[in-house]
Design a protein around this ligand. Structure first.
Ligand code: KIV
Ligand code: NA
Length: 278
């Protein structure tokens, strides 16, 4: 199996071959993604919401990210894996950023990191690139700032914000990023950014002109229990409903003494059991 690299995804953009990314947070999910043949896996800090039950990604720690990244690495050894740096771990000193980043890289042995933000984080991006770490940017709806935005909503709809986003993408490329995620922005802006910068763009709610797409594992598979979801999410299965139905069947069969029947039991010779003393 061919494992993508920072160079090969650049070539994919040049050849207009769509790049496919999906999130995963444990070894089973990672194995599913690899078996399906995706180009890249993202260990998103969305794990705080879909795996840990938080309302936002803000409470996710560096330990959480490393714990899940290690599991993903074990489940998908031959797939490029990118990991999110969590909330406020790249906003203090550049030295702190490099320390946090190298912990994730060395302890989980993944292929690159993703950071949210534009021009304001450029010194941090540059320091990571200097340390040899592949860096992916993330612009638009950057969920670590959701409390500041006042909710999950479409970003960069006005001229000023659209111009800033384009400038941010250019700055991230100049700082040495190998890729940029664009989340929840008008599709025409996704097109403009993709045509303006030379590194690949990965869209999630950013239109079809991006160099690739990313979806959250739980969204794609319909694993969520509540059905609220963003407009940009396409659900390819209803695994949450299947899971609930299967657990219900199990519950009913146990209650009705139907499971485990003969098929699921181990046998022992009647003479042997009759000589076991009570
Ligand atoms: O955490 C995440 O899953 C992400 C993607 C939605 C891009 O950052
Ligand atoms: Na994220």
């Amino acid at each position: 199996r061919f494992k993508q690299t920072t160079r090969s995804v650049q070539v994919m953009k040049e050849r207009s071959e769509p790049i496919v990314m999906v999130t995963a947070y444990d070894s089973t999910q990672a194995a599913h993604a690899q078996a399906a043949g995706v180009d890249m896996i993202l260990v998103g800090d969305s794990l705080g919401m879909v795996m840990l039950g938080y309302d936002t990604t803000v409470p996710v720690t560096i330990e959480d990210m490393i714990h899940h990244a290690k599991a993903v690495r074990r489940g998908a050894k031959d797939t490029m894996v990118i990991v999110d740096m969590p909330f406020a771990t790249y906003h203090q000193s550049v030295a702190d950023t490099v320390r946090y980043a190298s912990r994730i890289m060395q302890e989980s042995y993944v292929d690159g990191l993703k950071l949210e933000g534009g021009i304001e984080i450029v010194p941090h991006v540059q320091a990571l690139v200097q340390a040899g770490i592949p860096v992916c940017g993330h612009l638009g709806l950057t969920p670590q700032s959701v409390l500041q935005f006042g909710g999950f909503r479409v970003q960069a709809r006005e001229l000023h914000a659209a111009q800033k986003l384009l400038n941010d993408a250019i700055a991230l490329q100049a700082a040495g990023s190998f890729m940029v995620v664009l989340e929840c922005i008008p599709s025409a802006l996704g097109t403009l950014v993709t045509e303006t910068i030379t590194i690949p763009t990965i869209g999630i709610g950013a239109g079809d002109a991006c160099s690739g797409q990313v979806l959250v594992y739980h969204d794609l598979l319909g694993l969520g229990v509540d059905s609220r979801r963003a407009k940009f999410v396409k659900t390819y299965a209803q695994l949450g409903e299947s899971a609930i139905a299967a657990i219900k069947s199990y519950r009913d069969e146990v209650k009705q003494h139907e499971f485990p029947n003969q098929e699921y039991r181990y046998d022992i010779a009647v003479e042997a059991i009759s000589s076991v003393k009570k």
